[in-house]
Design a protein around this ligand. Structure first.
Ligand SMILES: Cc1cc2nc3c(=O)[nH]c(=O)nc-3n(C[C@H](O)[C@H](O)[C@H](O)COP(=O)(O)OP(=O)(O)OC[C@H]3O[C@@H](n4cnc5c(N)ncnc54)[C@H](O)[C@@H]3O)c2cc1C
Length: 383
């Protein structure tokens, strides 16, 4: 993917992640999907190579890289398995929130173990009655001496039940975004329990559960950032999360396209190979063009987030929307090129389609991405 003029270091990072995906993830991805196995040991191996805290500062064991480097990594890992790559991305998002907004004491206490993924982290914003309208969340956190007591439920939490730490957005004040604070809730805190692993279309290699807090007591020292700052922290985490999820779509879709191109050379119909039909030639030309356009947009958004430009949030939303829609369409077309075989699990294409579908829904649906983009434009903030 040299069209964005990657430097030598970025090429080396990309190659490291591609090698890891090829050797440690891809050979097992179908089995993990089938058995709904969450490969924590493999994620720890990825963390040992610096992928547990890609954009966390290095004094706590982070890798200290940028958002473009992270996009390259998640794109490469997704060629092995989008579900595993996406979970590593969520862990990175949670780690960054602590690195960025935590006190020095919190950083030193939690991050070293998160960088090795000995402690795995989940991000808890969504609730049963607050998804897209996340600022309407109801989970309450009430101060009691040196503690906070939390009550509420978080829905659809990736990694829940396995993760050791939960970054929970809860209401400490009045209605709306300004009444939300961010808390670090350990798995073993009294009053924390988990729902059943959801049966879902894709992302089967990672669990999704409800996190229930019933008088869950955590030290007040576990509040991340200031009281009332939680929603802002959650949204800032999502800017990077959206880039990563878009990168996961690009990686999955590219591998589906590569498989389709290979298949067109092998499969024959009407006395010719599929590769000789111009209709299919044009189809793969469009797939490559659109993926390249999505990649270029996403890498540009990543450089804007690194540079903290005023329009970075809009660019991250545009990149997430476009990369996840394009990724899904390309993967689905790759399935079509495989004919009936694309529908069979053994070919690995239907798994990519199933995994990529949810990227259009989570970390803000693609409708919400349009809302973010248009809100910016309508207030005249295009420059
Ligand atoms: C597998 C999976 C893993 C997830 N992991 C996590 C996680 O780890 N942590 C976490 O916090 N959340 C997680 N989520 C939740 C995810 O972020 C939400 O599902 C998502 O934000 C949408 O919320 P909702 O499902 O409540 O849909 P709703 O908000 O009920 O939306 C329903 C539909 O209405 C549309 N819509 C809503 N409002 C508008 C509007 N104003 N204009 C136009 N259309 C609108 C939506 O786009 C959507 O199509 C996960 C979800 C899934 C499926």
């Amino acid at each position: 993917m040299s069209q964005f003029e990657l430097n030598e270091e970025q090429c080396a990072i990309q190659e490291m992640a591609q090698d890891f995906a090829r050797d440690k993830i891809a050979p097992f991805a179908l089995e993990w999907d089938e058995k709904e196995h969450f490969p924590v040991d493999v994620m720890r191996e990825a963390a040992a190579l610096g992928m547990g805290g890609i954009y966390v500062r290095d004094d706590v064991g982070g890798t200290g890289l940028g958002r473009l480097d992270a996009a390259l990594i998640f794109e490469a890992l997704s060629a092995g398995c989008p579900a595993v790559s996406a979970f590593i991305s969520i862990h990175n998002m949670a780690s960054w929130m602590i690195d960025q907004f935590g006190t020095e004491e919190q950083r030193q206490k939690w991050l070293p173990q998160m960088m090795t993924m000995d402690f795995i982290a989940s991000y808890c914003l969504t609730e049963p009655s607050a998804g897209s309208d996340a600022a309407a969340l109801k989970t309450k956190a009430v101060r009691d001496g040196d503690d906070f007591v939390l009550n509420g439920a978080k829905q659809f939490i990736s990694g829940a039940g396995t993760s050791d730490l939960y970054l929970v957005m809860a209401r400490t004040g009045g209605d709306g975004a300004g009444g939300v604070s961010c808390f670090l809730v350990p798995k073993d805190a009294a009053g924390v329990s988990f729902g059943a692993n959801e049966k879902k279309m894709g992302w089967k290699a990672q669990p999704t559960r409800t996190v229930v807090m019933e008088d869950a007591r955590i030290p007040a020292a576990n509040m991340i950032g200031e009281e009332g700052q939680g929603f802002k922290i959650a949204m800032m985490g999502l800017d990077g999360g959206r880039l990563n999820i878009g990168a996961c779509s690009l990686g999955g879709a590219q591998s589906a396209l590569d498989k389709a191109i290979g298949y067109m050379g092998e499969r024959k119909a009407f006395g010719k190979s599929l590769a000789q039909f111009q209709g299919l030639q044009f189809k793969v030309a469009d797939m490559e063009t659109e993926l390249t356009a999505a990649r270029t947009l996403l890498y540009t958004a990543a450089t804007k987030l690194d540079a903290k430009t005023h329009d970075a949030t809009r660019w991250c939303a545009m990149a997430k929307r476009f990369a996840t829609d394009t990724g899904f369409t390309v993967a689905n077309e790759a399935l079509q090129i495989h004919g009936g075989y694309g529908y069979l699990a053994d070919y690995g294409i239907e798994k990519i389609v199933r995994d990529l579908r949810v990227h259009q829904i989570l970390e803000g649906t693609n409708e919400i991405m349009r809302l973010i983009i248009s809100r910016d434009l309508l207030k005249g903030d295009r420059a």
